[in-house]
Ligand binder design. Structure first.
Ligand SMILES: *Cc1c(COP(=O)(O)O)cnc(C)c1O
Length: 240
């Protein structure tokens, strides 16, 4: 078995164990393999091992990979999980299936306008910033419901849930608290949207280091890079 296949298996068993521990079904948690900085061959290897959903952060790099792997479409699902500038929305609307990082109405409007009506709607999550650090991407929790309502009106987007990237903490209670705050925003937004007839099913949180804690706090989609593909170079987490 290749290195990526065996690491994938390990991550799947971590997910399963984490679910068992808190009485959740492993089917409730989707594994998104974060392939940023790794090449198309690495994605192909993960695909051969059964992985179908991939997350990317950098638009240009992603489009090159998506194009190189066109033969595997439509079995592959591509998720944009990096910060998104308005001059990149067209390319994203044309190539991706999901966008996790919507934190402004303007970006959502552009994506909806630029999404071809011949494609399925773009599946989107609101990125929320629960840490209160102004330097971080994400809508403030107090504005999340209003933004969700506005996005739900856009014809070529389908709002699926909430995404967050809480600061990593070596202290378990601090880590759990941060994840719990994200979940609270997800629940508040979900409740409001349910009144409008829209069911949100995605809470995108948890990475290689905190997937167990995230699952314990209700994550339905974990975004795992290093634990599958190996350590990345210095171009780190959130870069543009
Ligand atoms: C890189 C990245 C991940 C994956 O992080 P790992 O620590 O490699 O698992 C998840 N989410 C986002 C938004 C990322 O940028």
């Amino acid at each position: 078995m290749g290195m990526i296949a065996s690491k994938l298996q390990l991550v799947q068993s971590r997910i399963k164990q984490a679910c068992l521990k808190v009485d959740r079904l492993p089917d409730e948690v989707t594994l998104l393999a974060v392939s940023k900085t790794f090449d198309a061959d690495a994605v192909r290897e993960a695909f051969s091992a059964g992985q179908r959903r991939f997350g990317e952060n950098y638009v240009q790099e992603a489009v090159e990979k998506i194009t190189a792997l066109a033969d595997l479409r439509p079995q592959l699902e591509w998720h944009m999980i990096g910060p998104l500038q308005s001059n990149k929305t067209r390319v994203v609307a044309e190539h991706f299936d999901w966008v996790h990082t919507i934190d402004r109405l303007k970006i959502a409007q552009r994506l909806s306008e630029q999404r071809s009506p011949h494609l399925p709607p773009l599946q989107v999550c609101l990125q929320v910033n629960t840490s209160g650090e102004a330097s971080k991407s994400g809508v403030a929790p107090a504005q999340a419901v209003a933004l969700a309502r506005a996005i739900a009106q856009l014809p070529h987007l389908h709002l699926r849930g909430v995404m967050a990237l809480p600061a990593a903490s070596a202290d378990a209670p601090t880590q759990h608290q941060a994840l719990r705050e994200v979940r609270a925003v997800f629940e508040a937004v979900s409740q409001e949207m349910r009144h409008e007839g829209l069911v949100l099913d995605t809470l995108s949180m948890g990475m290689s280091a905190d997937l167990e804690a995230a699952i314990e706090q209700g994550s339905t989609m974990v975004r795992i890079g290093a634990a599958i593909f190996g350590a990345r170079g210095p171009r780190a987490l959130d870069g543009a």
